[in-house]
Design a protein around this ligand. Structure first.
Ligand code: C2E
Ligand code: MG
Ligand code: MG
Ligand code: MG
Length: 288
């Protein structure tokens, strides 16, 4: 049986699968080159105080500035990067670039209190993570790392617990990303000692239509607050959502209606422009 499978191997792959394999291989080669040539760029999406709409920080989101195909989103390459073991190297480069930009903003007097970066579970397990961050000499309380709940799919190893403790020692905060969609969210709140949790947009999106969903979001916010954890809503797409989330007690808002992820230059223009509370938000609040 195995033999016949071996001989007929090519028939096991449809044309479409063949194409996918070729594409993955090509993306892999290009990714290695992109890493060498530093074709990855950080984009920044501002986060806002849910009451005043002041900028409280930015999330760093990597983009691949591809010479032929333009600016590519993580969905188009992170999976391949992970499969061929390049994700930790990408994460490392992104943190360096983001922190360099952040320091430039401080020098220019741009008011950006805080910056966060997304860290893959590979990078979290990279023994160099803590030493790299220590060498960067980051002041306490200005940097946080966003971790996916799914790191708990593996057992919570002692090694990871040590890393978390070392990050806390350096004054780097932990944020739980995509809260509500993983598998061990609640236990994560105890073990990770996060400063913030970010409610996934799958939960935030439908809230105005569903009172059950509203109750769930309120309960998550209350759990967070009772543990001294600040709550961020991600994927806020309408002013009605923004106003409702503020009412539910959410601390910070992030989403397209407020601001999309932007290149460094665009973000600097945005931040310099001074972000006055938009009419849409005050109208939505008044109507509640
Ligand atoms: P995430 O960390 O949960 O980031 C939020 C994603 O939602 C971003 O997608 C952002 O552009 C998008 N988003 C923000 N506001 C809205 C909204 O109002 N509506 C909708 N529909 N989407 C919104 P993006 O930039 O494509 O990143 C996707 C994911 O890729 C991120 O999800 C994160 O898990 C991962 N990622 C991004 N940068 C890095 C990185 O440097 N390292 C690692 N390991 N992962 C990264
Ligand atoms: Mg994130
Ligand atoms: Mg998220
Ligand atoms: Mg996500």
């Amino acid at each position: 049986r195995a033999k016949s499978l071996g001989r007929d191997r090519f028939e096991l792959f449809s044309d479409e699968m063949q194409n996918q394999i070729l594409t993955a291989k090509r993306i892999g080669d290009e990714l290695r080159e992109a890493l060498e040539k530093r074709h990855f760029v950080p984009y920044y999406q501002p986060q806002f105080d849910a009451r005043t709409l002041e900028i409280t920080g930015v999330e760093t989101l990597v983009r691949w500035d591809h010479p032929e195909r333009g600016v590519l989103a993580p969905m188009q390459f992170l999976k391949v990067a992970e499969d061929i073991n390049l994700l930790a190297a990408i994460d490392r480069m992104v943190v360096e670039m983001a922190y360099a930009d952040f320091r430039a903003w401080q020098r220019q007097g741009l008011a950006v209190p805080k910056i966060s970066v997304n860290i893959s579970s590979r990078r979290l397990r990279d023994p160099q993570l803590v030493s790299d961050l220590r060498e960067m000499d980051i002041p306490r309380g200005v940097m946080s790392v966003e971790l996916l709940e799914s790191i708990f799919l593996d057992e919570f190893e002692d090694e990871v617990a040590e890393t978390i403790a070392a990050l806390n020692d350096l004054g780097i905060d932990i944020e739980i990303d995509d809260f509500g969609t993983g598998h061990a969210s609640i236990i994560g709140l105890l073990k990770l000692n996060p400063a913030r949790l970010k409610i996934d947009r799958a939960l935030v999106g439908p809230i105005p239509e569903s009172s059950k969903q509203q109750k769930l979001v309120r309960a998550i916010i209350d759990i967070g607050h009772s543990l001294n954890i600040k709550v961020v809503a991600e994927g806020v797409e309408t002013w009605a959502h923004a106003a409702l989330l503020a009412d539910l007690g959410c601390d910070f808002l992030q989403g397209y209606v407020l601001a999309k992820p932007m290149s460094r230059q665009d973000f600097e223009t945005f931040a310099r422009g001074g972000f006055n509370v938009p009419r849409g938000f005050s109208d939505a609040r008044r109507m509640r």
